[in-house]
Design a protein. Structure first.
Lengths: 266, 308
C-alpha cells in the first residue's frame, strides 16, 4: 500500500500538468484580444454624509478584430464586488398564531454588495451556463449552501429569496447599458457603490466577450474605508470593546449627574 | 436632519430620536420608572435592530436612574446592604442573560424572544396595574378610605435559611429570596434592556415586605449597577451598544424627566398608576399585533459580517 502512493501521486501530477498545458494552449491559440482597465483611485473614503457614489472605470480592448468590432460582436461586463461574507437567509412560518423563523440556509462567502454594468443585458451577451460558470450577474452568482440542507429541495427557493432581498435593499444592482464605447476600442463603465457600502476590499472585474464567448478578464482592487467620527466609534467598539462599554456607562453617569445638578431645586 | 448611527449602521432622523427620548423621559419622571421598558420597544418600532435596541436601552436606563438615585442617596433612603445582596444576584442573572442573548442570536430566535418576553411582561404587569388602580379609583370616588393592604402571608419566604439583619430596612430576612429576585431582574435587564424597577418595586413591597420608604432608592441602586454591567458586557461580547443613539436618547431623556416629575406631582397616585397601566398595555398590544400579523416578507437575510 505505501508503495502505491508515490506512483499514484506521480501519475496525478502528469495528468494535472497535461490539463494545464492544454488549457493554456487553447487560450493562446484562440484569442488575440487583451483587456485593460483603470480606475482613478484605488481607495474611497466614506464620510458620514455618504449617500452612495458612482464609480467610472475606463478600459481598452487590444488586439481586436476590426470587422468584429464594427459588427458590435464585442461585449463588456464590469462588476464591482464587495467583500465576501457568509449570509444566512431565514424563513418565517406561522406557529400557534405567531410568525417564527423556522427554516434557514447559510450561503458561503457571497459579496456584501454587487454592482453590475454591461454593454447590453447579460443574458444577451452569453449563454446562461457560461455566466453560471463564471458567476457573472446576480442571477448567476455562485450560492453554495453550507451545513445541513435536508434533501436540498428548498435550495432554489432560498437562493431566489436571497437574490430578491439583496436586490430590493439596493446592495445588489445592475445596469444593462452602463458600459459605453467612447471610441472604437475604448470604453467607459459606471458602477454604483450603494449608500450602506461595507468596509473592506472591493474588487472591480471586467470581462470581455466575443460573439458570446468569454475571451479575457481583468481585476483591480478598490479599498473602501470609512472615515470621521462614525468610523472612529465603530473602530473603538470593535477594537477596545471593554473601554468602549466603560465609556458609554461613564457618559450615562455624567449625563444623569449633570441633570440632577442642573435641575436641583433645594 | 439625519444622523448616522455607527453601530446600528443606519441613518435616522435625530428629531424623532430626541422626541422619543424626551417623551419616555417625561413619562419616566412622571411615573418614577426607569423607562427601559418603553425605550427598547420604541426603538424596535423605529427599525433599530433589536440587538442594538436592548443594549442601548440599558445604557439609557443608567442615565435615567442616576439622578433619582442621587436624590435618594442624599435623603438616606437607600439600604446599601440590601442593595448589595440584590446586586450580587443581579450580576449573576445578567451574566446568564447575556449568555442566553448570544445563544438566541446564534439560532436566529432573538428578535422573537425579545418581542414575546415584552408581550408577556407588559401584558401581565399592565393588566395587574390597571385592575388595581381602577379599584382604587372606584374607592376614591365613593369616598372610602383606602384599606391598609395587608401584605400576603408568605411564611415560606421567612422560613428560609441564611437570615441576615438589614438595619436600615429594619428587617430580618434570608438573603436567598433577595438575591433570587435580583437574579431574575438581572436576566430581564440583559435580555430585554429594561431596568426592571416596575417589577422589582412591587416584588420588594409585597413579597419581601421591605418598608416602602427604602424600596425605590434601593431598587434604583441595584438597577444602576446591573444596567452598567450589562452595557459593558454587551459592548464587550456583542458589540451592540450604539453610543451615538444612547447619548441622544439620554440627553433628551433627562430633560424630559424633569418636566415629567412636575406634572406627576399634580396628579393623584391612583390616576398616575391607571395611566401608566394603559401605556404599558398599549406597548404590549402593539408588539403582540406585530407578532400575529403576516410580515411584509417572510424571508430575511443577515450576513455574518454585520451581525444582525
Amino acid at each position: 500500500m505505501p508503495r502505491l502512493v508515490p506512483s499514484l501521486l506521480a501519475s496525478l501530477l502528469v495528468v494535472l500538468a497535461l490539463a494545464a498545458s492544454a488549457a493554456a494552449q487553447s487560450r493562446v491559440d484562440e484569442f488575440t484580444e487583451k483587456l485593460d482597465i483603470g480606475i482613478s483611485t484605488d481607495e474611497i473614503a466614506i464620510t458620514s454624509d455618504f449617500r452612495g457614489a458612482d464609480l467610472t472605470i475606463f478600459g481598452a480592448i487590444d488586439g481586436f478584430a476590426p470587422d468584429l468590432l464594427a459588427q458590435g460582436k464585442y461585449n463588456i461586463v464590469v462588476s464591482l464586488e464587495g467583500p465576501k461574507e457568509s449570509a444566512t437567509v431565514r424563513k418565517k412560518r406561522r406557529v400557534f398564531g405567531i410568525w417564527v423563523n423556522t427554516q434557514s440556509m447559510t450561503f458561503e462567502l457571497v459579496p456584501e454588495s454587487y454592482s453590475l454594468s454591461s454593454t447590453r443585458d447579460i443574458d444577451a451577451i452569453a449563454p446562461a451556463n457560461e455566466m453560471n460558470n463564471m458567476g457573472i450577474g446576480v442571477a448567476h452568482m455562485t450560492l453554495s449552501p453550507i451545513g445541513y440542507i435536508g434533501d436540498g429541495s428548498s435550495v432554489t427557493e432560498f437562493r431566489s429569496a436571497f437574490r430578491r432581498l439583496r436586490e430590493t435593499s439596493g446592495v445588489y444592482q445592475r445596469d444593462p447599458g452602463g458600459v459605453q464605447f467612447i471610441s472604437a476600442s475604448l470604453f467607459k463603465a459606471s458602477v454604483r457603490l450603494p449608500a450602506d457600502v461595507p468596509n473592506g476590499v472591493h474588487v472591480v472585474r471586467a470581462y470581455l466577450f466575443r460573439d458570446g464567448v468569454f475571451v479575457a478578464a481583468k481585476a483591480l482592487p478598490l479599498r473602501v474605508i470609512k472615515t470621521g467620527l462614525e468610523a472612529a466609534i465603530t473602530e473603538a467598539a470593535h477594537k477596545h470593546p471593554f473601554f468602549y462599554g466603560l465609556f458609554a456607562v461613564l457618559l450615562a453617569v455624567i449625563t444623569g449627574w449633570a441633570a440632577s445638578v442642573a435641575f436641583r431645586r433645594d | 436632519m439625519t444622523i448616522y448611527l455607527p453601530i446600528a449602521e443606519l441613518s435616522v432622523n435625530v428629531l424623532i430620536i430626541l422626541g422619543m427620548g424626551a417623551a419616555v423621559g417625561f413619562l419616566s419622571g412622571m411615573f418614577g420608572v426607569g423607562g427601559g421598558f418603553l425605550i427598547t420597544p420604541l426603538l424596535i418600532f423605529y427599525n433599530i435592530p433589536p440587538v442594538v435596541a436592548v443594549a442601548t436601552g440599558a445604557n439609557q436606563v443608567v442615565a435615567s436612574s442616576i439622578s433619582g438615585a442621587i436624590t435618594h442617596f442624599r435623603r438616606g433612603t437607600i439600604d446599601i446592604k440590601l442593595g448589595t445582596v440584590l446586586l450580587l444576584g443581579g450580576l449573576a442573572g445578567a451574566t446568564l442573560g447575556i449568555w442566553i442573548f448570544a445563544a438566541l442570536r446564534r439560532i436566529g430566535q432573538l428578535d422573537l424572544v425579545i418581542s414575546l418576553a415584552y408581550v408577556l411582561l407588559l401584558g401581565s404587569v399592565g393588566s395587574l396595574m390597571l385592575a388595581e388602580s381602577i379599584s382604587a379609583l372606584r374607592r376614591a370616588k365613593r369616598n372610602e378610605t383606602m384599606p391598609l393592604r395587608r401584605p400576603g402571608h408568605h411564611g415560606w419566604i421567612h422560613r428560609l435559611p441564611l437570615k441576615v439583619r438589614f438595619k436600615k430596612s429594619k428587617i430580618y430576612l434570608s438573603i436567598i429570596p433577595v438575591a433570587g429576585l435580583g437574579f431574575c431582574i438581572g436576566i430581564l435587564t440583559s435580555v430585554m434592556g429594561v431596568g426592571g424597577g416596575f417589577i422589582m418595586v412591587p416584588a420588594m413591597i409585597y413579597l419581601l415586605r421591605i418598608p416602602t420608604n427604602v424600596v425605590v432608592g434601593t431598587s434604583l441602586f441595584q438597577i444602576i449597577f446591573v444596567s452598567a454591567y450589562t452595557v459593558i458586557v454587551q459592548a464587550t461580547a456583542n458589540y451592540t451598544v450604539d453610543i451615538v443613539l444612547a447619548f441622544v436618547l439620554m440627553i433628551a431623556g433627562v430633560i424630559g424627566a424633569q418636566y415629567g416629575v412636575r406634572v406627576g406631582q399634580k396628579l393623584r397616585g391612583e390616576q398616575l398608576r391607571a395611566l401608566l397601566a394603559l401605556l404599558v398595555l398599549a406597548v404590549g398590544i402593539r408588539l403582540a399585533v406585530e407578532l400575529v400579523l403576516p410580515p411584509a416578507d417572510i424571508y430575511s437575510v443577515i450576513s455574518s459580517g454585520s451581525g444582525f
